[in-house]
Design a protein around this ligand. Structure first.
Ligand code: EPU
Length: 451
């Protein structure tokens, strides 16, 4: 356990430039989509993170040849010989990620059966998979849930269906897309998620030969096709990582330019950042200028040099404020004057990390009520899902244990902002979703070292 500890000497503003690559929450799904093609696919700008390794391992177990391409970050996936894998081999990946559930449709199309291990991912609530199972059954899949995992078959093939999600779930929408593209007939999905990563996955599938229409009001129509082919794709940049570094700039009173970050995907975040008093500049004008070659744009975020202001906001599905932006931003909000409110409406238990911030000197109170706006699904269900953050608070160093990916990054930011030396235990979890975060911290002038 000792090599999984980062010692953070806080109190230094983070300053400099880092780069984000393809979004974790698109790249991993695009890799699954490669299974559906009859020819190899190429994905660019793939970050070196653990979730990618998990999907790569599962693809390889099923006979997909995965190799590094010519470009840095390029991978090539050849699905010509997809084959069954043993339950034992698949189970090696049990508990490691949420992505394996998305193998259902593609494996059913390719092999007629599938085994999905017990899922992992962050512990941010019960994270049920009932929408996924319901949708797969409506396509004609037979789903047998066993303690070791889920066995699926499609004795009569998969057929298009009319579906409506109870909530616009990202994963369930992806499940439907990855299954419907090769199901027989037309699928209509109502109350679909429309996150930019979903639209990018639709772009990938369209490149492969799929026919998918995104209508207004969260309705997606998919016309099944008998064959799909490989794709070449540069993914949407990681807007969660970009926002995490933006929050780090604000909390440490620094200035960070996030190369690769894209304004269009982050408008809601940028509005909130500005409301708090944070400053930013979109630096993509460099690339647009004639004669400037090789320059890469992004977004530069910095602390204004004066006191930050409190805000009231709630997390929501797109185009709302992302639930994954919440935790890093709350650390910055501990430095804002007044009472900020954060109403978490996507996950019922995503505020547990605030206990550690309170130990560091923050004043955050969590409530079961829906504070600050519209009542949500969790209001009458006794979940502590609203937080009131009173600031500004001077943060001091502490020993912290990382609970999950985004909360973990928030803890790290708090340690960087705090005066004194903190120990952050379990930091390897951050590698699940943040490529080379230690290298990036060093590039930004942070004083951190492995124990
Ligand atoms: N839900 C159900 N039943 C289901 C599926 C979802 O009740 O069958 C509920 C969930 O419990 C939750 C809500 O629906 O309350 C939304 O969950 P969603 O399915 O949208 O989340 P997900 O697909 O499991 C992805 C990201 C998360 C991100 C959410 C919301 C990946 C691998 N994960 O999760 O990212 O927070 O969408 O945008 O894409 C992260 O990157 O750290 C992360 C947790």
């Amino acid at each position: 356990m000792t090599d999984d500890v980062l010692v953070v000497h806080g109190g230094t503003p983070l300053q400099g430039q880092i780069r984000v690559r393809g979004a974790k929450n698109l790249v991993s799904k695009a890799m699954v989509a490669a299974l559906l093609g009859e020819t190899p696919s190429r994905l660019f700008d793939v970050p070196r993170i653990r979730d990618v390794e998990v999907v790569r391992g599962l693809l390889e177990l099923h006979g997909v040849k995965v190799s590094d391409g010519a470009d840095d970050g390029e991978i090539v996936m050849d699905p010509t010989n997809v084959e069954s894998a043993s339950t034992d081999e698949i189970n090696v990946h049990a508990g490691s990620s949420r992505i394996p559930i998305l193998f259902c449709g593609p494996l059913l199309h390719r092999l007629g059966h599938a085994f999905i291990p017990d899922l992992g991912g962050c512990h941010i609530g019960p994270r049920p998979i009932d929408f996924h199972i319901q949708a797969l059954r409506e396509f004609g899949a037979v789903v047998d849930k066993q303690p070791e995992g889920m066995h699926l078959s499609a004795p009569n093939g998969l057929k298009g269906a009319k579906l409506e999600l109870p909530y616009p779930s990202v994963g369930a929408t992806e499940q439907v897309l990855l299954t419907a593209v090769r199901a027989e007939g037309v699928t209509e999905l109502r109350n679909a998620a429309i996150e930019p990563e979903i639209i990018d996955l639709i772009c990938v599938l369209q490149k492969m030969g799929a026919i998918i229409t995104v209508h207004t009001d969260r309705v997606i129509e998919i016309q099944g096709v008998p064959r799909l082919y490989g794709y070449a794709h540069k993914p949407i940049p990681d807007r969660i990582e970009a926002a995490s570094w933006a929050a780090a700039a604000l909390a440490t009173k620094g200035e960070i330019e996030v190369l690769g970050a894209r304004q269009a995907d982050m408008m809601t975040f940028l509005n909130v950042f500005r409301s708090i008093g944070g400053e930013f500049q979109i630096t993509d004008d460099r690339v647009a200028r004639p004669g400037v070659t090789g320059a890469e744009g992004g977004i530069k975020f910095w602390h204004p040099g004066h006191e930050l202001q409190a805000v009231a906001l709630e997390t929501d599905v797109h185009p709302g404020f992302m639930t994954d932006w919440q935790q890093p931003l709350v650390v910055a909000l501990t430095q804002a004057r007044g009472l900020s409110i954060m109403h978490e409406t996507v996950y019922e238990q995503r505020l547990g990390y605030t206990d550690a911030l309170n130990q560091m000197g923050a004043t955050i109170q969590v409530y079961r009520d829906c504070l600050g706006g519209t009542p949500c699904r969790f209001g009458r269900r006794n979940f502590k899902h609203s937080a009131v953050i009173a600031g500004p608070s001077k943060l001091h160093a502490a020993d912290l244990v990382i609970p999950d990916l985004r909360a973990g990054f928030a803890h790290l930011i708090a340690a960087l902002a705090a005066e004194g030396t903190s120990r952050v235990y379990g930091v390897d979890l951050i590698n699940r979703g943040y490529e080379d975060f230690e290298g990036k911290l060093a590039a930004l002038g942070a004083h951190v070292e492995r124990l």
